[in-house]
Ligand binder design. Structure first.
Ligand code: SF4
Ligand code: SF4
Length: 415
């Protein structure tokens, strides 16, 4: 509440007296000019989407001590990692760093691997040392150190991309078919008014040491991420992978190879008039830069209201329209391999909306909105972020904070 210190808000949380709202609940109060907004203590915010700057640092027991001297290379389910920095000479342990954007092939990359690890699947580890190959299967529970670091993510606002050239274009800002040409579609990212950084744009609370949630695990803000600027701040965050949840992370196929899906949530305390103003931001206030994917230079701008107001969070399914095609194009082109041909929303679906245009029978539909690029209305074709999943994150965090089980600073579990 305005005038409180962070310590006072923390005390309210501990005694379960804090007034906690999810960002979506709070924004509805702002829209109806509810005077109760002035009494809010904490707003839980979240975002889920493609975040390329995700990596894992692992220390993997591979063989008995003395079996090999140093690892020259290592792959996990075929995804290449970088060995080191510690050589662990003759210990049989391999330290490595693996990027969310590294990949085995066009359909499997670091994001898929991280989700498989967190799901408890056995991962095939292959180490080459001095010409000999060592293979072992390891579950995450058998890898004692597994830390995820988001080097940059949670951008305040992402750029929306279109393709003005006549031909389709391969880009990471698309699903598997690429981005349609002649301004036929737009690709959007970002969860708008519920994104944590959008609600604390000057990073007043989201400083080094602030608490967060990364892929469902207790996390800590390390500071600004790479390419962070005053106008477009972003965050670097770390968390222990053992506590992560598969539903809040994964892989996303683009026409330029696999990308990594990551989620972030944080509970933003409201302690000042300025803080209240910042958490009152609405989609319509948030600038959405628009650029041609060819050079990524922002030329125009719209707002996140075009993406998230009056549009559908979820994709609807009309099973009766399915033509039972020999080869289901919706399956083939689903960025998450969520098997839309099963005609029921699968666990992997993130409501990107692509199947609404790739299914030949019109089984799937969703109002995805449109942006205005230089006077031309361009329909959104694919969303690389899910507001529905981000809202789930906000709701879970609200429950935890309202239940008194949340520290605003430092760890909320093993980090
Ligand atoms: S493309 Fe559409 S109509 Fe054809 S099998 Fe797939 S879901 Fe059914
Ligand atoms: S909306 Fe359709 S294309 Fe997108 S993830 Fe879900 S099933 Fe796949």
């Amino acid at each position: 509440m305005i005038g409180d210190s962070i310590d006072t808000v923390q005390e309210k949380i501990r005694s379960r007296k804090a007034r906690v709202y999810t960002a979506s609940e709070f924004k509805e109060m702002v829209r109806r000019n509810d005077a109760e907004t002035r009494c809010a203590d904490v707003i839980t915010c979240g975002t889920f989407g493609v975040m390329s700057g995700t990596m894992a640092i692992l220390s993997i027991p591979v063989a008995e001590a003395g079996e090999f001297r140093r690892a020259d290379s290592v792959t996990l389910n075929g995804v290449p990692a970088t060995v080191g920095p510690c050589p662990n000479e003759s210990l049989g342990i391999v330290d490595c760093v693996i990027y969310g954007t590294s990949f085995r092939d066009r359909s499997y990359g670091g994001g898929h691997l991280f989700r498989d690890m967190v799901s408890g699947r056995t991962i095939d580890i292959e180490v080459v040392s001095e010409g000999r190959v060592y293979r072992v299967g390891r579950k995450l529970s058998e890898i004692p150190f597994a830390r995820m670091v988001l080097t940059r993510g949670c951008f305040r606002n992402y750029t929306c991309f279109v393709n003005a050239s006549p031909e389709g274009r391969r880009t990471i800002f698309s699903g598997p078919p690429g981005l349609g040409g002649s301004l036929s579609e737009a690709s959007v990212s970002g969860c708008g008014e519920i994104n944590p950084v959008q609600n604390d744009p000057e990073l007043t609370y989201l400083r080094p040491g602030a608490s967060a949630v990364l892929n469902g695990a207790p996390a800590m803000v390390l500071g600004c991420g790479t390419r962070s600027s005053e106008e477009r701040p972003n965050l670097s965050i770390e968390a222990d992978m053992h506590q992560m949840r598969p539903e809040f992370m994964g892989g996303f196929r683009t026409s330029e190879g696999p990308e990594c899906l990551t989620s972030v949530a944080s509970a933003i305390p409201v302690t000042s008039e300025r803080g209240l103003k910042e958490v009152s931001v609405l989609d319509g206030d948030i600038r959405l830069p628009l650029a041609d994917v060819k050079d990524r230079r922002p030329l125009f701008s719209d707002s996140y209201a075009s993406v998230w107001n009056g549009t559908d969070r979820r994709v609807s399914i009309d099973p009766g329209k399915c033509l039972r095609c020999d080869m289901c194009q919706a399956d083939d082109l689903c960025p998450r391999d969520a098997k839309p041909s099963l005609l029921a929303r699968g666990d992997l679906c993130m409501d990107c909306g692509l199947c609404a245009s790739t299914c030949v029978g019109g089984v799937f539909s969703a109002r995805l909105g449109s942006v205005v690029f230089g006077g031309r209305t361009v329909p959104v074709g694919v969303r690389q972020s899910s507001r529905a999943i981000a809202e789930d994150l906000c709701a879970e965090l609200k429950e935890r904070v309202a239940g008194g089980d949340w520290n605003l600073g430092g760890a909320n579990g093993r980090i």
